[in-house]
Write a protein that binds this ligand. Structure first.
Ligand code: XMP
Length: 512
């Protein structure tokens, strides 16, 4: 185990992720509970995270003495490096101007962190984000890398196996950062690198049992991968103390509801309440054309329906959600920062307080691809686990203008053909998300000597790693024309197909 001591960085969980990528188990503990975590976990190494504070101020967060005295290897990142330097007798100063963003460091000397990776004399790209910097090294330390803004961009005390880096190896903008963290976890700490999702599964089920005890838990299923994986994991941990509620708003893709119900009732035998609320949702959406109004109505109604069902079931005081780490980060920046709301994302965020329930979020530290891996580990079928993300408000935000049952059915048919062709061409896994959008525009066409006057359908496909930014997927023209022909021939109500060439930004992935 590697213990990660958190000083409040936005990206501490990314450090944990990189350590997991190296096949080593890690746990994050806040700095004020680090001593207890050290005792409990008996780790083989420690990483000190970055953080927003400055070690030059009086009451800045510090690491307990037990950390420094444990005789274990330590890697300090950014704030962690500065803390190390200051605590051990070096000097940290508040620079006039910091370094933010991409920077290049010169490798000055060999270092265990750089093994098999960087050699003296080379230059490498890293990501910096700091105002303070180390100005004088503590005794026993030597500089191993430098940058124009940070004379001690990387430092080492080989005897104590203490290392410090001013840059952030955990972010993707430090291209070799993952390997550097792997060097620390495996070479320096001597850990084997054989940790796996199977162990995460075991540790989490234990943790869920401890948290929940013999209480009852309700889990809302959206039809998506995250909530399904959370539910299956919970079921493994607490069995029939779990009841799942699937609010089917009638805005799902073709076959999706059957798939979820079949999987839960048939395959896993997990108690599931399937609430068919299509009419309620479609009636409420009648005449609504504004995208935000659609989103707000669907979000609110989802919560109402869910709450009513939960009351019927009764006796549950825990609510489980498939929240992922990027959701946590995004909602933090949405509420805490100066950023504007681009879209009101649909989730069950307001529920726990309203219903006075405790939250169980077993996937909170994972990233999407890790959740997929956990899903496979739990035996969820590949086709289910590998599915593209699907928004909570469903097809309603893929039908600009008014949403009707008829338009949902047209879109479902066209979307299924598009995805079917993508699958047959072997492209499904290379694409982050692909879907069709039914436009409120009619155009004239000619079919079999007759005039048609029908809707336009737009196809969208993007690549992305986290949904925050996206590129369009460059299909061959022959592929697109095959899909267009099939859709116009097979789907009544559509007589023209166009392809969306907009990246994100400036576009968003969904159209509304
Ligand atoms: P946008 O359209 O904002 O979408 O570029 C980014 C990613 O988020 C998905 N999305 C949602 N997911 N609830 C969700 O759970 C929502 O309300 C929602 N809106 C958009 C979208 O499909 C894409 O993957």
């Amino acid at each position: 185990t590697v213990l990660i001591v958190d000083f409040g960085s936005q990206v501490t969980q990314l450090i944990a992720r990189r350590v997991r990528d190296a096949g080593v188990y890690s746990e994050v503990a806040p700095f004020n509970r680090a001593a207890e975590a050290l005792e409990r976990l008996q780790p083989k190494g420690i990483i000190l995270s970055g953080g927003p504070a400055s070690v030059t101020t009086a009451d800045s967060p510090a690491a307990p003495d037990a950390i420094w005295d444990a005789g274990l290897p330590i890697l300090g990142i950014c704030y962690g490096q500065q803390l190390m330097a200051k605590h051990l007798g070096g000097r940290v100063e508040n620079g006039d101007h910091g370094e933010f963003g991409r920077a290049f460091i010169e490798i000055d000397d060999r270092c265990a962190l750089f093994d098999g990776l960087w050699e003296a004399g080379e230059r490498h790209q890293v990501w910096m984000s700091h105002g303070d910097k180390v100005e004088a090294l503590p005794p026993g330390f030597r500089p191993v890398a430098s940058s124009p803004g940070a004379p001690f961009a990387a430092i080492a005390n080989d005897e104590r196996r203490f290392f410090g880096v001013q840059f952030h190896p955990e972010v993707v903008h430090t291209p070799d950062g993952g390997k550097l963290i792997a060097n620390f976890a495996r070479h320096v700490c001597g850990l084997a690198g054989d940790w796996s999702m199977a162990e995460f599964r075991e540790a989490k089920t234990r943790e869920i049992r401890e948290q929940v005890g013999d209480a009852r838990v309700i889990c809302g299923l959206s039809g998506g991968v995250d909530s399904a994986v959370a539910a299956v994991l919970l079921h493994e941990a607490i069995g029939d103390q779990l009841t799942c509620v699937f609010v089917d708003h009638g805005l799902l893709r073709a076959g999706e509801a059957d798939q979820v119900v079949g999987l839960f009732r048939g395959h896993y035998n997990i108690p599931l309440v399937h609430v068919r609320a299509e009419t309620l949702f479609l009636n409420g959406l009648a005449g609504v054309t504004d995208p935000e109004a659609k989103r707000k109505f669907i979000g609110r109604t989802f919560i109402d329906v869910f709450e009513a069902e939960a009351k019927k079931i009764g006796g549950a005081d825990h609510l489980a959600q498939g929240t992922l780490y990027p959701d946590v980060i995004e909602s933090v920046s949405f509420t805490g920062g100066p950023s504007v709301t681009i879209k009101s994302h649909h989730n069950v965020g307001g529920l726990p307080e309203r219903m006075n329930m405790k939250l169980v979020e077993p996937l909170r530290e994972l990233f999407k691809d890790e959740v997929r891996e956990l899903g496979r580990e739990l035996g969820l079928p590949d086709v289910f686990v590998g599915r593209h993300p699907f928004p909570g408000p469903g097809l309603a935000i893929r039908i600009p203008g008014e949403v009707t049952k008829e338009r949902c059915d047209i879109l479902r048919k066209a979307d299924a053909i598009y995805l079917d062709e993508i699958r047959s061409a072997g492209l499904y896994d290379a694409i982050w998300q692909a879907f069709a959008v039914l436009l409120p525009v009619r155009t004239v066409g000619v079919m079999g000597d007759a005039r048609t006057y029908d809707s336009v359908l737009a196809l969208r496909a993007v690549t992305s790693t986290d949904g925050m930014t996206a590129d369009i997927y460059p299909f061959d023209a022959s592929f697109l024309s095959r899909v267009a022909t099939r859709i116009v021939n097979e789907v009544q109500g559509v007589n023209r197909v166009v392809y969306d060439y907009t990246s994100k930004p400036p576009g968003t992935i969904e159209w509304e």
